[in-house]
Design a protein around this ligand. Structure first.
Ligand code: FEO
Length: 403
């Protein structure tokens, strides 16, 4: 670890407002979300007559954050710590920080319940804690923090904080992306909308109703930010309108003329079917992606799923069930509940069969509109089977064109 003097990278967002977070250059997995580009845990320091730290960082990065805070103020002089969200990637350094400061913790009521679960010492050490709700304000002297509960974006406790004078929205998980970079702003790193889409698909997609509620709330509260500063990735300034428009489209489940063919294969029969379906879709002019589950991370597939109108899922039957990677995909997808999708199942078998029925049932349980019947072929697909694959491709392409 660097000494405090060596830690650099503090960035001033506006007068008296600083990024003091940490970069996780080597983070490659975020609770099942593959992050080949690493991530960041963003903390922000707001200095008025009093001082507030907005969010902390994952526990192993506490020293890095404290080093950056120390470039601006002595951490022991902090007056407030705003805990927008108790998931440990943002609250993990609280205990370390509390060793150095008596700052009052500002948190939602639901957040306090989680805090007491993660930090059992909070009660015995008599941590100074105040709960807030939507519309509450904290006057730092020249800087006013306004709190808004963003329930389920991403946990029940999630909150966002708006800095009134500078019009900066500290959005915590909302509008985040998993990118490790030495730059802090969108205009410094180029287009990060694809990373934001991947983040949304894997973290926030199940909560689209909460997101629609949130947009109504910020409109009612007249929250009109000039900067959106999330707790992962870069800060939105140049592309702020673009990311807001994308989030509204995603929350509404808007899809494109796009189809995915998602599969795994054992002895190539299911792959032969996948290729035939893919080429039939391609021939119609509809955008198609063929995604082998052993070659593509589940999180990348969910990014592609976000704006796809339809998809096919293929699996060989293995021990009367689906292939393990297909099972993983189905369970992961069920949790993320993609909206407004149509899908069809296909696969190969030797004697008992069963994978196609399992896929159909799991997709129905996910809320996907399943096109039946699916296609199950024995051993190698015959010419007649391949014709059925082409029909599936055309059917999926038609579905996508009608969106
Ligand atoms: Fe980035 Fe829900 O934590």
């Amino acid at each position: 670890m660097n000494t405090k003097e060596e830690i650099s990278g503090v960035v001033e967002l506006s007068r008296g407002v600083y990024w003091v977070g940490a970069i996780d250059w080597n983070g490659r997995d975020f609770h099942g979300f593959t992050t080949p580009g690493g991530t960041t845990y963003n903390s922000y320091l707001v200095i008025g007559k009093k001082t507030a730290l907005i969010d902390t960082v994952k526990a192993p990065f506490a020293e890095e954050m404290l080093g950056r805070i120390s470039k601006i103020i002595d951490p022991s002089k902090l007056d407030y710590i705003v805990v927008n969200h108790m998931e440990p990637d943002h609250s993990g350094s609280l205990a370390e920080l509390k060793k150095q400061t008596n700052a009052k913790i500002i948190i939602t009521k639901k957040g306090l319940d989680i805090l007491n679960g993660y930090f059992r010492e909070a009660g015995s050490e008599k941590w100074d804690i105040e709960t807030v709700k939507t519309g509450d304000q904290l006057d730092l002297g020249g800087k006013t923090l306004i709190f808004l509960e963003a329930t389920m974006l991403h946990w029940p406790d999630s909150m966002e904080t708006f800095l009134k004078e500078d019009r900066i929205l500290f959005s915590n998980d909302g509008f985040g992306q998993h990118i490790a970079t030495s730059k802090r702003y969108d205009f410094e790193v180029g287009n990060v909308l694809p990373e934001a889409a991947e983040y949304y698909a894997n973290i926030l997609m199940p909560f689209h109703i909460a997101l629609l509620r949130y947009f109504k709330l910020i409109e009612e509260m007249k929250i009109e930010p000039l900067q959106i500063a999330p707790s992962h990735g870069i800060i939105w300034k140049q592309d702020l309108e673009k990311i807001l428009a994308e989030y509204k489209a995603w929350a509404n489940g808007e899809v494109k003329e796009k189809v995915l063919v998602i599969y795994d294969t054992m002895w190539n029969s299911t792959e032969i079917m996948a290729k035939e379906i893919t080429e039939a879709i391609w021939a119609t002019g509809v955008k198609v992606k063929m995604l082998n589950l052993r070659k593509n991370a589940r999180s990348l597939i969910m990014k592609e799923m976000l704006d796809a109108a339809a998809f096919a899922v293929g699996s060989p039957t293995l021990n009367n069930g689906v292939f393990p990677t297909v099972g993983d995909f189905l369970i992961y997808t069920k949790g993320l509940r993609p909206q407004k999708k149509k899908a069809i199942a296909f696969g190969s078998y030797g004697w008992g069969g069963g994978a196609v029925k399992i896929i159909e049932q799991e997709l129905k349980n996910t809320g996907v509109d399943v096109l039946e019947p699916g296609l199950q072929v024995r051993y190698r697909p015959s010419e007649e089977d391949l014709e059925k694959c082409r029909e599936i491709g055309k059917r999926l392409a038609d579905v996508a064109k009608k969106q």
